[in-house]
Unconditional design. Structure first.
Length: 106
């Protein structure tokens, strides 16, 4: 494997996303090529650092509330809307006045 090929795949390699044979080829290249080895190790350290930092990060309650409201507003036209309550069930229309029946005036 040549340096250009390795450089195209190092993101995936550092993330552990390559199949075993590709990962092995890259590791073999890294033994012989100090430049690519340095690149991969730097990337692996960066990823490790970002993951540890992201794990400690927490959003404030006001940020979560504002972001959720914005998302709801922006996504609303694209989300399935349940039918309005009046349209869900049948509406019965009686052929007589209920009040007349209750008062016995017919
Ligand atoms: Zn190389």
């Amino acid at each position: 494997m040549r340096c250009e090929e390795v450089r195209k795949l190092i993101d995936f390699h550092a993330d552990g996303a390559l199949d075993e044979s590709s990962a092995t080829e890259i590791e073999r290249h890294l033994i012989r090529c100090a430049s690519c080895a340095h690149e991969v190790r730097s990337l692996e350290l960066t990823i490790k650092l970002l993951r540890s930092t992201a794990a400690d990060a927490a959003a404030s309650n006001s940020f979560v509330t504002r972001t959720a409201a914005k998302l709801r507003a922006e996504l609303a036209p694209h989300l399935h809307q349940p039918p309005a309550p009046a349209a869900q069930g049948r509406q019965w229309v009686l052929p007589f006045s209920v009040e007349d029946r209750l008062t016995g005036t017919d």
